[in-house]
Write a protein that binds this ligand. Structure first.
Ligand code: SF4
Ligand code: SF4
Length: 302
């Protein structure tokens, strides 16, 4: 099923230290609303079935996002908004905004939460937003971004204590989190396969991966193209037909690293996106993998 992360704007009202969406060049870029509506029409024609509004803080543009949600609803596209809950200052305000989003067709609200977010946004906002969803029946979950350190235990306990639905999500060491100190991992050998949903940035560049993929500056490996030069259909086909992307989905980053000569002991020391960067943001390694994509790498699976 075709799904896209839609970066309507990179503008945000806070500056979290760990923000992966932070872009030094286009700090507050935004797509023109009428153009964004046309893009959603094109996405519908290209059989996109899910759109997640993300990047900066989408609800800084509440009315625009409502128009975009309505357009998604008209096309039968599943919609999600990722927000930092800055708007949910009281239960009453939260309820009125959740009602507005729901009236305009929002299918799911994803609430970002972490010890970094909560330096800027009160935790009670997240509770207000989540409780409003619970009350109105809007699907929601809290995305609990963590580096698995002990200081995150109280943040996790807060979510449990308030009976919120939440899922831990590892911090991505990219964007502003690039220089964060890494804690040693305590896990076994994972395949590290990625679904890879494409990401449309406000400058209309599309990337094959919506997480750290737009930061691979040495090779631009995940860059699919720009909507000013290509159609949605062409860019999606590029994402679906690229053999190395298919290997990331099926073999996984660990298997590809093993093929590239990384030892198993080395592989378990990296986070998924860091290992991905080692492989695909290195021009030499990428050239080798491209050469082997339909040869040795093709056979490198159980
Ligand atoms: S992590 Fe989210 S809330 Fe924080 S600065 Fe980035 S976009 Fe804004
Ligand atoms: S491992 Fe690579 S493909 Fe997967 S989310 Fe990270 S950057 Fe994207």
């Amino acid at each position: 099923m075709r799904k896209i992360a839609f970066g309507y704007s990179t503008r945000c009202n806070v500056r979290c230290e760990h923000c992966v969406a932070a872009d030094a060049v286009l700090d507050s870029a935004k797509i023109d609303l009428l153009q964004a509506l046309d893009i959603i029409d094109d996405m519908a024609a290209a059989h996109v079935k899910g759109i997640s509004f993300t990047a900066g803080e989408p609800l800084l543009y509440l009315d625009d996002i409502c128009s975009l949600l309505t357009r998604c609803k008209q096309h039968g596209i599943y919609s999600r908004v990722v927000t930092n809950s800055f708007w949910a200052k009281t239960p009453a305000i939260a309820e009125s905004i959740v009602a507005k989003l729901q009236e305009n067709g929002l299918c799911q609200l994803r609430l970002s939460y972490s010890r970094w977010h909560q330096k800027n946004i009160s935790s009670i906002n997240v509770v207000n937003a989540a409780k409003s969803c619970q009350k109105s029946g809007l699907d929601y979950f809290v995305s609990f971004v963590t580096d698995f350190s002990e200081e995150d235990d109280t943040f996790e306990a807060y979510l449990r204590g308030n009976e919120l639905l939440f899922f831990p999500e590892p911090v991505i060491y990219s964007g502003r989190a690039q220089g964060f100190p890494r804690k040693p991992l305590q896990t076994d050998y994972q395949d590290n396969c990625c679904v890879m949903n494409p990401y449309l940035a406000p400058g209309l560049d599309m990337y094959a991966c919506c997480d750290a993929g737009s930061h691979f500056s040495k090779t631009n490996f995940f860059h699919l193209g720009n909507l000013q030069e290509s159609t949605i259909e062409q860019l999606l086909l590029k994402s679906e037909q690229n053999i190395l992307y298919a290997h990331i989905r099926n073999i996984g980053i660990s298997g590809i690293a093993s093929f590239a000569g990384f030892t198993a002991r080395e592989i378990v020391q990296y986070r998924k996106c860091e290992l991905c960067e080692k492989l695909f943001n290195s021009p030499d390694t990428l050239a080798m993998l491209e050469k082997e994509a339909t040869a040795g790498l093709e056979k490198w699976h159980r």
